[in-house]
Design a protein. Structure first.
Length: 117
């Protein structure tokens, strides 16, 4: 499985960005795809996840501001980020695993999101 993340950039606080993660190769039938982020000097943290069935979950700090969705072919996942804050500044990664795996095996390359105040 290959993941290609895109859509990062710079935006002022309160603005919006949409990240995309396109999956290719042998995609699992039952998967969980995650968005994670890592800010400078901090550990990587989950932003949210979406399952093959479309169920989503979010980290508390982004609830109500971020939305994860996918296309009908289930090969591209999006992270719509609204009401961005400076503390959202980070490198954002997408990752995917089969439902039965304990760890995310496949990762995208990361895309930088910078939010200025």
């Amino acid at each position: 499985v290959q993941l290609q993340a895109s859509g990062g950039g710079s935006v002022q606080a309160g603005g919006s960005l949409r990240l995309s993660c396109a999956a290719s190769g042998r995609i699992f039938s039952n998967y969980i795809m995650a968005w994670l982020r890592q800010a400078p000097g901090k550990e990587r943290e989950f932003v949210g996840t979406i399952t093959w069935s479309g169920r989503t979950s979010y980290e508390d700090s982004v609830k109500g501001r971020f939305t994860i969705s996918r296309d009908n072919a289930r090969t591209t996942v999006y992270l719509q980020m609204n009401s961005l804050k400076p503390e959202d500044t980070a490198v954002y990664y997408c990752a995917i695993k089969s439902l039965g795996d304990s760890q995310y095996r496949y990762w995208g390359q990361g895309t930088q999101v910078t939010v200025s105040s």
